[in-house]
Design a protein around this ligand. Structure first.
Ligand code: ADE
Ligand code: ZN
Length: 383
């Protein structure tokens, strides 16, 4: 090629890259959001406008609208005279004192997901709802053993949920929850057997978890079942360090968890904090849930930013958006208002979420590209 042409091409290439980087930087800083309140655009919600939710319980994500649609679909009569009453029944009461109280709120939403069509539609509706709020990738978790009250087997429940994710164009994977409890060992083993059967790298069941009352049924009870999961090559996260302290997280990591549901209480033991950091374990943090279950009593000391500053991989998630009455965008906004979370820190949270997602490297690459988080470009961007 003639040298002048090559120079022109190179100059054009550099110019184009600069423009691209500038455009991405502006977009990632919120596309001109957080401007004066009297401007025409609707009130800003958070710097980020697209999100990843790695910790989202299906039964905890039922809103008034979703409940009414599931009621109509299945000819069920909801125990509420109007929307206001339904909202009250679906959301956590102000006097909730603990995770045990909080878990009482799930009976109503679960009652709407006891048929294949109800469960499939619930998955679709929840996915569509979070998509409309800016979520671009979600891992929806549910416990198949909680959907067998009206004749479905656990396998029917999994198939119904898989059907639901086929009917939405949001990118969704499923996490199957085992349940903490007494007398349900065989049910947990069945969930594990089905997880092995249905496990895929993307586009279906990609991991397992354990949910339920951590303080009543400690993590130490589940050593064998997670050893079997590890042996079978099933990726897993474990709810830990929420109603119990740092020791629960230490055990979950010892079992082989690559992610921890909550983990908010690791500050109680510096050695566990060190372990989480050294092992590169990702925390799925959910501030509103932690406030409502009293995992954290003084929210002014919420440790998310402190953990980030110490090099711990942290993500921001909803947990139970219907029961808590929030969206993921609310959680980002809350962290901005209360803790001055910056656009750069939001990018770190999103990048951590993508890195830790239970999906393929291809999907991760495309999510990073969609959010402008490619490593190469990020080195150019202004923090
Ligand atoms: N199931 C739904 N939300 C939960 C939480 N925060 N902890 C344990 N189990 C749950
Ligand atoms: Zn949870």
């Amino acid at each position: 090629m003639n040298p002048t042409k090559r120079f022109e091409n190179k100059t054009y290439g550099i110019f184009r890259s600069i423009l691209l980087v500038l455009a991405l930087t502006v977009c990632l800083s919120g596309c001109g959001k957080h401007q004066k309140a009297d401007e025409k655009e609707p009130a800003p919600v958070s710097y980020a406008d697209r999100y990843i939710d790695l910790h989202l319980h299906l039964d905890g994500a039922v809103t008034v609208e979703i409940a009414k649609q599931l009621e109509e679909l299945q000819n069920i009569k909801l125990p509420a005279a109007d929307d206001e009453e339904l909202k009250r029944l679906l959301t956590v009461p102000a006097d909730c004192e603990s995770l045990n109280d909080f878990l009482e709120c799930f009976n109503l939403p679960l009652s709407l997901m006891q048929t294949p069509e109800g469960l499939s539609e619930a998955v679709r509706l929840v996915a569509e709802n979070v998509k409309s709020q800016g979520v671009i990738y979600a891992e929806i978790r549910f416990a198949p053993q909680l959907h067998t009250e009206r004749g479905m087997t656990q396998e029917d429940a999994i198939r119904a949920a898989l059907d639901g994710i086929k009917k939405t164009d949001l990118k969704v994977n499923l996490i199957l929850c085992l349940m903490r409890g007494e007398g349900n060992e065989a049910l947990n083993e069945e969930t594990l057997r089905l997880a092995k059967k249905y496990l895929v790298a993307d586009g279906g069941v990609t991991a397992i978890d354990i949910a339920g009352a951590e303080a009543l049924y400690p993590t130490s009870n589940y050593r064998e079942i997670f050893a079997a999961a590890k042996e079978a090559g099933i990726p897993f996260t474990i709810h830990a360090g929420e109603a119990n302290g740092a020791e629960s997280v230490r055990l979950a990591i010892e079992f082989g968890a690559t992610r921890i549901g909550h983990g908010v209480r690791i500050y109680e033991d510096p050695e566990v904090m060190k372990l989480v950091k050294e092992k590169g374990v990702t925390l799925e943090m959910c501030p509103t849930s932690n406030r409502q279950t009293h995992a954290i009593e003084d929210m002014s000391k919420y440790p998310l930013i402190d953990y980030m500053n110490q090099g711990i991989k942290v993500t921001l998630n909803t947990d139970d958006m219907g029961i808590e009455g929030i969206t993921l965008s609310d959680e980002y906004h809350y962290m901005e208002q209360m803790f001055h979370l910056t656009p750069g820190q939001e990018r770190t949270l999103l990048r951590n979420a993508i890195d830790a997602a239970f999906t393929t490297e291809e999907v991760k690459a495309s999510l990073r590209a969609e959010l402008g988080l490619n490593y190469e470009l990020e080195t150019w961007s202004v923090k």
